[in-house]
Ligand binder design. Structure first.
Ligand code: CTP
Length: 407
């Protein structure tokens, strides 16, 4: 049986992008019923939805009453996905309204629900909408964080619908969890993930950096969104598409990352430090490009100074119940193997969990897969076999969820 998806469409200009989401769902074998609101039909007509889905389209509970669609659609769905979700639709959902077919479907659905909001920044930032989003997330609804960018008119800001490919990715992850009978166990939780690698400038064209691609951090963000969390990603020099549903704060250097993580960590239930943070930076940044003939062709030594240890600062200022996770890429040496170094680092860092992986040729960095051991401050050791970065991310969130105080 193909998965049954109800694609709700509420009345915003971004409704046209829902056509592409619909196309993506049907092309990947989903059985999709489109339920637009009456306002949505002012933007995209019923004929488009019916043709693209191959299914009849209704907006009101009074259409085709004999089939009791206002109850049946929600009951039979494996996923209800609303693209775009307007401020009005979310307000109606929070209050359990059932005044059209989409609202009634949201009230009867027992499957995972994903809302992709799109609206003007003022509406998104209004306290009424903030409260509604928070209430929906607490109830386990996955509310995708809107993108920041050009809105309907010339204005720009948060409130733009994320790209259809990103919405489809969230839907895929949420459907997979739903099919496995897994609840959105991070619903109502706020989490922060740092991702990528910092760059410490040397002169206007050069920096000291590292090989972190940000893939593991972005996989952590995407899986946390699918598990219902409100996610902030502090992203250091990552050249990947933004993980849908997360708020992305871009940084360059370790000190910028420290400030952004510190700000986002206030009030967060968990912080996962997946970023590779430079321990040292050049003591001075040369304002003009260093030339090879400078100082008579002899390169001047690069003097380094210490960067802040972000994880150590988080441990020092941790609020009660906050779960802190570090990552460590280790190699074995004369003093011990990679895992022994990991155990010593966990003790030194004082975090709750440390994900340790061995690095070397072809493992760890710049690849799509990962493996490792997650060490717990309580002495637990969870071996994660070679697999996708998303699989490792899920193990991390399982361990985090088990350590969070009851919400
Ligand atoms: N980390 C951090 N701030 C730093 C360096 C590292 O917050 N200045 C975090 C990383 O994000 C990671 C964890 O600490 O989650 C471990 O990073 P690692 O570089 O392995 O730790 P170090 O304490 O720098 O250990 P080492 O001496 O092995 O480099």
């Amino acid at each position: 049986m193909p998965p049954h998806v109800v694609l709700g469409v509420s009345g915003g200009i971004a409704a046209y992008k829902a056509c592409e989401v619909l196309r993506g769902l049907t092309e990947t074998g989903h059985d999709v019923r489109v339920v637009p609101t009456a306002a949505a039909l002012r933007f995209v007509g019923a004929a488009t939805w019916a043709a693209l889905s191959g299914q009849p389209v209704a907006t009101e509970v009074w259409d085709d009453v004999a089939a009791v669609p206002h109850v049946r659609l929600g009951q039979q769905a494996d996923l209800v996905l609303v693209v775009p979700a307007t401020a009005d639709l979310m307000a109606r959902t929070v209050h359990g309204r059932a005044d059209d077919l989409l609202a009634a479907t949201l009230l009867t659905a027992r499957c995972p629900v994903v809302l992709a909001p799109a609206m003007h920044t003022e509406m998104w930032e209004h306290p009424a909408t903030r409260d509604n989003v928070a209430a929906l997330r607490r109830r386990g609804v996955v509310v995708i964080e809107p993108a920041v960018g050009r809105l309907t008119g010339a204005d720009s800001g948060p409130g733009r619908l994320p790209e259809p490919a990103q919405i489809l990715e969230v839907a895929r992850l949420v459907l997979a969890r739903g099919a496995a009978g897994l609840a959105p166990d991070l619903a109502g939780r706020r989490v922060v993930v740092s991702a990528g690698g910092t760059r410490e400038p040397l002169d206007p064209v050069r920096f000291l950096g590292n090989r972190s691609s940000g893939r593991q951090g972005y996989a952590l963000a995407a899986t946390a969104v699918a598990r219902g969390a409100d996610v902030v990603v502090v992203s250091a020099n990552v050249a990947l598409p933004d993980p849908a549903g997360a708020r992305v704060v871009r940084v360059g250097t370790a000190r910028e990352l420290a400030a952004a993580v510190d700000a986002a960590a206030t009030g967060a239930d968990a912080v996962v430090m997946a970023a590779a943070v430079a321990d040292f930076r050049p003591a001075s940044i040369v304002s003009t490009k260093i030339k090879k003939d400078d100082a008579g062709g002899v390169p001047a030594p690069i003097v380094l100074e210490r960067n802040p240890d972000v994880l150590a600062a988080l441990v020092a200022s941790r609020r009660p119940g906050q779960v802190l996770v570090g990552f460590a890429a280790e190699t074995g040496d004369a003093a011990g193997d990679w895992l022994a170094h990991g155990r010593a680092k966990l003790a030194r860092k004082g975090c709750d969990l440390l994900v340790v992986n061995e690095v070397g040729e072809g493992i760890g960095f710049e690849v799509g897969h990962n493996s490792g051991v997650v060490l717990g401050a309580d002495g637990s050791e969870t071996v994660v076999p070679e697999g996708s970065k998303a699989a490792l991310a899920d193990v991390v969130w399982d361990l985090v969820a088990a350590r969070l105080p009851a919400g």
